[in-house]
Unconditional design. Structure first.
Lengths: 274, 162
C-alpha cells in the first residue's frame, strides 16, 4: 500500500469514527431503567437484583463465588492430576509460576509466623488467590439472570459486604485458631485483644473494592466517558487494588497469626534466699 | 440490617470459602509445598555430601601437601649431602692433584739438581782438563824455554863450570 492510499484510508477511517460519535451523542437515548443513584446504591447494597440458589434468593456475589470457586477448583484439580506428577527438579515455566505462587505465600507465612506456618501458608494461598481472582472477576463481565428475569453482569464478590465480612471473620477465626493451638485458652485472650481486627479487615476489603467499583460504575454510567477510559479505569484500577488487597489481607493475617501463635514463656520467679 | 448485611449470605460465602480453601490446600498447596521441600531436602543432602567430599578431598590434599613438604625436605637434605659429598670428593681430588704436583715438582727438582750436578761435574772435568792442558802447555813451554836457554847457554864458548 503506497503512502497516498494509506493516507486516504486513514482519513476515511477517522471520518467514520467521528460520524459515529456524532450520531451516538445526537441520538436520543432509550429510557434509563435506573438513575445513577439507584445504580450505585444497588452496586453497594445489592438490594434489588437477586439470583436464585436452592430455592433461596441470594445476592449476585454468591453466584460470582460459585463461578470463582468452580473455576479455581477445576484448575487446581487439573494441575494436581496432570501437572504436579510431571514436576521436574529444574522447573519449566508453568511449574515455576506455581512454585512462585506457593513459595510467595509460604515465605510470607514463615517470615511472619515462625510457628505452625504450614496451615497458615495454605490459608494465605486461598485468601490471596480468592481476593485476586475475586477482584479481577468483574473484568470478565459474566452475565447472569436475576430472579426478576433481568440480565446482570456478575459483580466482584468482595464488593458485597457479606463476602467481605465472611472473609474478614474467617481470617480472624484462623488467627484465633493459631492462638489456641499454640497457647490454649490464653490464645483466645491474645486474639480477643485485637477485637476490632475482623471489622477493620472486612471493611478494608469492602471499602477498597467499593471505591473501585463506584469509580468504574460512575465511568460506565456516563456515555461520554464510555470510550477508551473504561479500559484504563477498569483494568488498571482493578488490577492495582486486586494486588494491593491481596497483599494487605494476607500480610495482616500472617502478622497477627504469628503474634498470637508465638508461645508465651512464663517468667521464672526469682527465688531469693530468705 | 444496615448495609444489607445478611447472616445467611455470610454463611453461604463462608461455605464457598471452606470448599475453596480445602480444595486449594489439598490439591495445590500441600503437594507443591511437599515437592518443593523434598527438592530442597535433596539439594541440601547433595550440598552436605559435596561438603563432606570436599572435606575428604581437603584432608587428602593436606596429607599430600604434608608428604610433598617432607619430600621437599628430604630432597633438600639429599641435595645437601650430595653437595657435601661432591665437595669432599673435589677436595680429595684437589689434594691428590696437589700431592702429585708436589711430587712432580720434587722429582723435577731432583732431576734438575741431578742434571745440574752432572753438568757441573762435566764442566769441572772440562775445566780440569783445560787447566791440565793449559798447565801442561805452560810447563812445556817453560821447559822448552829453559831448555832453549840452557842450550843457548851451553852452546856459548865458555862454560863456567863443567
Amino acid at each position: 500500500m503506497d503512502s497516498k492510499r494509506k493516507k486516504r484510508f486513514l482519513i476515511m477511517w477517522v471520518s467514520l469514527l467521528v460520524l459515529l460519535l456524532i450520531l451516538i451523542f445526537l441520538m436520543p437515548s432509550a429510557h434509563k431503567t435506573e438513575t445513577i443513584q439507584e445504580a450505585m446504591k444497588d452496586a453497594v447494597l445489592h438490594e434489588d437484583n437477586k439470583v436464585a440458589f436452592l430455592g433461596m434468593e441470594v445476592n449476585p456475589s454468591i453466584a460470582s463465588d460459585w463461578v470463582i470457586v468452580g473455576v479455581l477448583l477445576i484448575f487446581a484439580l487439573a494441575v494436581r492430576i496432570f501437572a504436579i506428577p510431571r514436576f521436574k527438579e529444574v522447573p519449566g515455566k508453568f511449574q515455576l509460576l506455581l512454585e512462585t505462587l506457593v513459595g510467595f505465600f509460604t515465605d510470607l507465612a514463615k517470615g511472619n509466623s515462625p510457628h505452625r506456618n504450614q496451615f497458615l501458608g495454605g490459608y494465605l494461598l486461598f485468601a490471596g488467590v480468592y481476593i485476586f481472582f475475586g477482584t479481577t472477576f468483574e473484568l470478565f463481565g459474566i452475565q447472569w439472570i436475576t430472579t426478576q428475569g433481568y440480565s446482570i453482569s456478575l459483580p466482584a464478590p468482595l464488593s458485597d459486604i457479606n463476602a467481605a465480612i465472611a472473609l474478614g471473620f474467617l481470617s480472624y477465626g484462623i488467627i484465633m485458631s493459631g492462638g489456641i493451638a499454640s497457647n490454649g485458652i490464653k490464645g483466645i485472650g491474645l486474639t480477643l485483644k485485637d477485637f476490632s481486627l475482623p471489622i477493620s479487615m472486612s471493611f478494608r476489603l469492602f471499602g477498597a473494592l467499593l471505591s473501585g467499583l463506584l469509580v468504574t460504575e460512575l465511568v460506565y454510567f456516563t456515555m461520554g466517558l464510555s470510550f477508551v477510559l473504561p479500559v484504563v479505569v477498569g483494568i488498571l484500577f482493578t488490577l492495582l487494588h486486586a494486588i494491593i488487597q491481596t497483599y494487605v489481607l494476607t500480610m495482616l493475617t500472617s502478622v497477627f497469626y504469628g503474634e498470637v501463635s508465638e508461645k508465651t514463656t512464663k517468667k521464672e520467679k526469682e527465688v531469693t534466699a530468705s | 440490617m444496615p448495609l444489607n448485611i445478611d447472616f445467611q449470605q455470610i454463611l453461604l460465602h463462608l461455605f464457598n470459602f471452606a470448599i475453596l480453601a480445602g480444595g486449594l490446600y489439598f490439591l495445590l498447596y500441600k503437594p507443591i509445598r511437599a515437592f518443593m521441600e523434598e527438592r530442597t531436602r535433596a539439594i541440601e543432602d547433595r550440598v552436605k555430601a559435596a561438603a563432606h567430599q570436599m572435606d575428604e578431598a581437603n584432608t587428602v590434599k593436606a596429607s599430600y601437601e604434608e608428604k610433598l613438604a617432607a619430600l621437599d625436605q628430604e630432597m633438600e637434605q639429599k641435595r645437601r649431602e650430595a653437595e657435601k659429598d661432591i665437595e669432599s670428593r673435589r677436595q680429595a681430588a684437589l689434594n691428590e692433584a696437589k700431592k702429585e704436583a708436589d711430587q712432580v715438582m720434587i722429582k723435577a727438582r731432583e732431576n734438575a739438581e741431578k742434571e745440574r750436578s752432572i753438568i757441573l761435574e762435566d764442566a769441572q772435568n772440562e775445566i780440569r782438563q783445560m787447566a791440565s792442558k793449559a798447565t801442561e802447555k805452560l810447563v812445556r813451554d817453560s821447559l822448552n824455554n829453559v831448555y832453549d836457554e840452557f842450550l843457548d847457554k851451553a852452546g856459548s864458548p865458555r862454560r863456567q863450570d863443567g
